[in-house]
Each structure stands twice: as structure tokens, then as C-alpha cells.
Design a protein. Structure first.
Length: 317
């Protein structure tokens, strides 16, 4: 997650979301048995008859935080599919009495890899949405929390988000976490479905050049490119501006940015887009598509169903 100055955002108005066909989506909600995700994890979704309702969130540095509980203790949780594991902050894990085991492995954020510990016996409750019982990753988020002046007690990461559907409504500051396939745009709402071609990645173009971009809910940028893709698109980048951001492990990011680009994805064209690069990316994608674009519309992200849907009440392009 980088922390450059926030980009200007235009939030499309949405109707208030309720349990049936309101707002921009229709939800098929009912009581369901626990969904087994992995051998060590169990997800129980909250059904309509069990007190389900939309989850409020706050934005800070352009990304999404919400309040939940972990082993009964209130926690501030970051939504970030670009972080490979659902993860607790090491200090928070110790405060609630968990034992942390070293794994010798790493967790991957959108921009870096960080040492990963493990804690067992973790119960994460996302209010009125789902409960997760699992062993989780443990990472020291203290440096980045201090840098951005905001607590990160946990990250709801790509391992969970990659198994469910979620929808986000920026103007209402609410979201939903539901089983895959259980939420669709409401009839009559203008929507654009964009296929996911590899995990949480889409095909896109910047200035006519093809790119494979990862959807990254933990990035506050618009388009962030790998070094290789940046050099391909901007072989002469002397006019790029330079800024400083922050990696998850707290290290500085040297960010290069060029404004005024054309972004094309899913048949949509967006003019005047800022494109940045902050060094090599840990995955095989050409770059990241962040909240600078995703935060301007209602969205459904259903990775198991291989689709991203952008929605709004009007039909302007």
C-alpha cells in the first residue's frame, strides 16, 4: 500500500442498500450452512434471518478499513485482496494472547514480500457478514501504522477474498461480504461486467499498450506499474514527477508518476489517468489497478466467478 497524495475522486450517487432490490444490487440472502474453504479454515456467513445487514467502513489514505472483532477483541481491519494472507499484526496478536510461530515463509502485498508468522485458534468476526475460524498469518505492521498514523490490527486478505463475493458502495460507505454468486446488479441499473482472466487480474490498456493489471483494493493509486511495464510504456520518463510512499514493511517507496494517460478496460475509456511506478512487483502482473479508479463506482468483485462489475444509477460514460 503506497501513500501518495490522494487522487481526486468522483463518487457516483447510489441508492441506499437494503436486503432486497434496493440500491444498485439484488442480493440472494438466506441462512446457509458453514462454508468450508480450506482444511484449517471455516467460514460461516450470516443469513437474512440471522441479523445480516451492510457493513459500514471508513476510508483512510484512500483504502478501506472496517471494525470487527478478533477472539472477541475489537479490531481495525484493512480490506486488501492484494495482501496474500489474512493476517494479524504481531503486536495485536500478542496483546490478545496468541502464540506466534515462525514459518520461514513470506506474505505478499501488492508491492513487496514480508516475513510471515502463524497463529492458531483465531476467530475473526465481521459484524453481520461472516465469521472466520482459522489459523492466520502474523506480520509486524507497526512501522506502516506509525507512518500512516492509523492502526492496522489485521488485514482481510486475498486468501479469503478469493473465495467469496464482495460489493462496495463508496458514497454510502457500506460493503457486503457474501458467498460467491449471491449478488448481482439490480435490474435497470447500468453495469459493466469485466472478466477476470487470471485470479484477480484483468486485461487493460494504457495509451493503447496492453497490460495485465491486478485488482488491488489495498492500493490508493489508480494504475501502478512494475518496473518492466513502466519502461515499456515510458522509455523516456524525464518528465515524470517523483514522490515518496510507504511499503507494508515500513520502507520508503520512490514513486514515479506521469499524469494525463488514457486507461481502457472492459470497453470503458478513462482519460487523464495518473500512472505510477515504485519498483519491481512481487507477482507476474504488469501492474495494479487501485482504489483511485475502483473507488469511483459501486463494484462487485467475485473472484471465484471470475468477474468484476462496475455499477451506477445513471448511464453516462
Amino acid at each position: 500500500m503506497s501513500t501518495p497524495p490522494q487522487f481526486y475522486r468522483i463518487l457516483h450517487l447510489v441508492g441506499m442498500l437494503a436486503m432486497s432490490m434496493t440500491g444498485t444490487t439484488a442480493i440472494a440472502q438466506e441462512a446457509r450452512p458453514p462454508l468450508q474453504i480450506k482444511q484449517q479454515a471455516k467460514i460461516t456467513f450470516v443469513g437474512q434471518d440471522m441479523g445480516w445487514k451492510p457493513l459500514p467502513f471508513e476510508r483512510f489514505h484512500g483504502v478501506i478499513f472496517f471494525q470487527g472483532t478478533i477472539n472477541g477483541v475489537p479490531a481495525t481491519i484493512l480490506l486488501d485482496n492484494g495482501f496474500s494472507h489474512t493476517t494479524l499484526d504481531a503486536g495485536f496478536a500478542r496483546r490478545i494472547g496468541l502464540n506466534i510461530h515462525e514459518t520461514g515463509q513470506t506474505a505478499r502485498s501488492g508491492t513487496a514480500e514480508v516475513p510471515l508468522g502463524m497463529a492458531e485458534g483465531v476467530s475473526i468476526d465481521v459484524p453481520h457478514q461472516l465469521a472466520l475460524s482459522t489459523a492466520t498469518g502474523v506480520v509486524d505492521f507497526s512501522a506502516v501504522s506509525a507512518r500512516i498514523k492509523h492502526p492496522i490490527d489485521a488485514v482481510l486478505g486475498g486468501d479469503l477474498i478469493g473465495q467469496i463475493a464482495l460489493s462496495i458502495y463508496p458514497s454510502q460507505k457500506i460493503m457486503m461480504l457474501v458467498p460467491t454468486g449471491r449478488i448481482t446488479p439490480r435490474p435497470g441499473v447500468h453495469s459493466r461486467e469485466i472478466p477476470l482472466v487470471s485470479g484477480d487480474q484483468i486485461d487493460a490498456q494504457v495509451n493503447g499498450q496492453p497490460l495485465r493489471l491486478q485488482i488491488d483494493l489495498g492500493s490508493d493509486g489508480v494504475v501502478s506499474l512494475s518496473d518492466t511495464a513502466w519502461k515499456r510504456l515510458f522509455p523516456e520518463d524525464g518528465h515524470a514527477t517523483k514522490e515518496t510512499g510507504t511499503r507494508f514493511e515500513g520502507a520508503d517507496l520512490a514513486v514515479r508518476r506521469i499524469a494525463g494517460n488514457k486507461l481502457t478496460f472492459g470497453g470503458a475509456n478513462v482519460e487523464g489517468v495518473p500512472v505510477e511506478s515504485s519498483g519491481p512487483l512481487p507477482g507476474n502482473q504488469d501492474g495494479l489497478l487501485g482504489q483511485g479508479i475502483l473507488g469511483t463506482a459501486d463494484i462487485i468483485l467475485d473472484i471465484p466467478a471470475k468477474k468484476l462489475i462496475l455499477m451506477r444509477d445513471d448511464v453516462r460514460n
